[in-house]
Design a protein around this ligand. Structure first.
Ligand code: CP
Ligand code: NVA
Length: 304
């Protein structure tokens, strides 16, 4: 593994290896055992979109591992004034040991990886959010003891979260069901891949998708960059909500996950969110541990 551009690039073994390392790093941190594995290493973090969890967990993660992290807002970098990503990649490769980037186009992340000579980590694009789903899988395994054979149901927009949940869920042997409106389906090519590689369903019928689910998942109806569509989307997604009726269709011990930020009474009721707050905030914490595992895998092999 040279980069983390999207989860579909990873094998089941690679994902499980990251989760095992994340569990170990979490245990050590809780016990106060230091693990300065990336001493002297520097991670650049390019942000073209806002962030709370990704920014703070990567920064603290590098600190925990003995390295350092630089927050690079696109408003301050020359890429914000049009410097090509190809040149930025070649320059930053000479200063840093790795780059995390949050941006709009998946192609920009791929170009950064292709033109630079250091590992690149996708911190969210319009297409996918691999770091989030590694933390999600870690949390599911923590609560349920396994991934294989569990039913994961995602309700809402067929967006970056849906795409990464399909890739991560199917690769690790989960059954994945997506409930979304017809015009807001996940990536078609990815869904074809999911159908040929596991048990996958995409439907407009929430009851069908949620029936017997072990894990229910949702995300905002309007993602970053779609603020102008927010009012229209509220009407389109009105019924795509995790609420008591949906909980009644899932397994009685179903867990609820949300990548956050959450919009109460839109994609999830405040009642369901608060009833499952332990799982949801453990999931947020696990961003730190899962990303530290990714950093160890990618940066401990990079330039000394
Ligand atoms: N879930 C997530 O990526 O959160 P941030 O946008 O706060 O980083
Ligand atoms: N789909 C959301 C995820 C935020 C973590 C967005 O892209 O804004």
């Amino acid at each position: 593994m040279k980069h983390l551009l999207k989860l579909a690039d990873l094998s089941k073994e690679e994902i499980l290896d990251i989760l095992d390392t994340a569990d170990q790093l979490k245990k050590e941190k809780k016990q106060g055992i230091p693990h300065p594995i990336l001493q002297g290493k520097a991670l650049g973090m390019i942000f073209r979109k806002s962030s709370t969890r990704t920014r703070v967990s990567f920064e603290v993660g590098m600190y925990d591992l003995g390295g350092t992290a630089l927050f690079l807002s696109s408003h301050d970098l020359q890429i914000g004034r049009g410097e090509p990503i190809q040149d930025t990649a070649r320059v930053l490769s000479r200063y840093l040991d790795g780059i995390m980037i949050r941006t709009f186009d998946q192609e920009e992340v791929e170009a950064l990886a292709q033109c630079g000579s250091i590992p690149v980590i996708n911190g969210l694009t319009d297409y996918c959010h691999p770091c989030q789903v590694l933390a999600d899988l870690m949390t599911i395994r923590e609560y349920k003891g396994k991934l294989e054979g569990l039913k994961l149901c995602y309700i809402g927009d067929g967006n970056n979260m849906a795409n990464s949940l399909i890739a991560g869920g199917i690769t690790t042997g989960m059954q994945v069901a997506i409930a979304c409106p017809d015009d807001y389906r996940p990536d078609e090519e990815l869904m074809q891949w999911a159908k040929s590689n596991g048990e996958f369903l995409c439907t407009g019928n929430i009851e069908e998708a949620a029936a017997g689910a072990d894990v229910l998942y949702t995300d905002v109806w309007a993602s970053m960059g779609q603020e102008g569509e927010a009012e229209e989307r509220k009407k389109i997604f009105k019924n795509y909500q995790i609420n008591d009726s949906v909980m009644a269709i899932a397994k009685p011990d179903a867990m609820v996950l949300h990548c956050l930020p959450a919009h109460r009474e839109e994609e999830i009721t405040g009642k369901v969110l608060e009833a499952h707050a332990d799982e949801i905030f453990e999931e947020a914490e696990n961003r730190l541990h899962a990303q530290k595992a990714v950093l160890v895998k990618l940066l401990s092999q990079s330039r000394q």
